[in-house]
Ligand binder design. Structure first.
Ligand code: CA
Length: 252
């Protein structure tokens, strides 16, 4: 299928499912890890090493499936799988601190290839950019305004400090809509993880998956992704087509 037809079909399906006349975006809600930063390999490695030290059952790939959850819920999930109970507050605190320490050591803070290009496109079409992340990793959150200068404002970010429910719960993206002053059909989500995609879809937002990690495309499509691209550079290239199709479908 040609890309334009693929995009048109996806938008038509979304409008039918959501009972809305058309998409009319004025904001894009960006996930952070695996979308704006190439940080997921370091998160996965830090989680895996920490979990192994604490004899928690897991595989390296598991952390790509858990991606988007809050640290607390990831730790509870590991304890449930291994010991059949939630972690205590003390366990959660010490494990999260250990993981965060390793992440700060490993992470090189490298922006995702193509992220700046996508943001430039978004700006070119006069759409507002917001960050919606389950991360509480201040080392990256604080760098956003520096690495992507002029695109993000701290007061318009949703982080682990703002929400009670992490992804795949829709709360982070519903809060993102609030901060963007947008209805669900007035925003787009850009996500790389199955839980993140599920959160965007549960919030009723058109969700673009970018598969920057090791999981199969099908995992993201099964989570409900409306569109799927292999990397951020391709999304940047296709952005004008997405906007063109949105404009055309508004006239249907
Ligand atoms: Ca992510």
């Amino acid at each position: 299928m040609r890309t334009k037809e693929y995009i048109r079909q996806a938008i038509t399906n979304y409008c039918t499912q959501q009972h809305v006349g058309a998409l009319n975006p004025h904001a894009v809600l960006f996930d952070m890890d695996g979308i704006l930063y190439n940080s997921m390999p370091y998160h996965a490695r830090s989680w895996y090493e920490t979990a192994c030290r604490h004899h928690l059952n897991c595989t390296p790939e598991l952390f790509y499936l858990y991606e988007g959850r809050t640290g607390e819920s990831t730790i509870n999930e590991l304890y449930q799988t291994t010991f059949g109970r939630n972690a205590t507050e003390a366990e959660k605190k010490s494990i999260y601190e250990e993981k965060a320490r390793l992440f700060s050591k490993y992470n090189d803070g490298e922006p995702m290839t193509g992220a700046a290009e996508v943001l430039a496109r978004v700006k070119q079409y006069n759409l507002d950019s917001l960050v919606v992340t389950g991360s509480g990793q201040l080392s990256l959150i604080d760098k956003l305004e520096h690495n992507f200068s002029g695109f993000f404002k701290r007061e318009k970010m949703v982080t682990a400090y703002d929400v009670t429910q992490g992804k795949p719960h829709p709360e982070p993206y519903l809060m993102g809509l609030q901060k963007a002053k947008a209805h669900r059909y007035e925003a787009l989500v850009v996500e790389n993880a199955p839980m993140g995609v599920a959160a965007g879809v549960a919030a009723g937002i058109f969700t673009i998956a970018v598969n920057t990690g090791p999981l199969e495309d099908l995992v993201l499509l099964d989570a409900g992704a409306n569109l799927l691209f292999p990397d951020m550079m391709t999304l940047a290239e296709q952005w004008p087509v997405i906007m063109e199709v949105i404009r055309e479908t508004q006239g249907d």
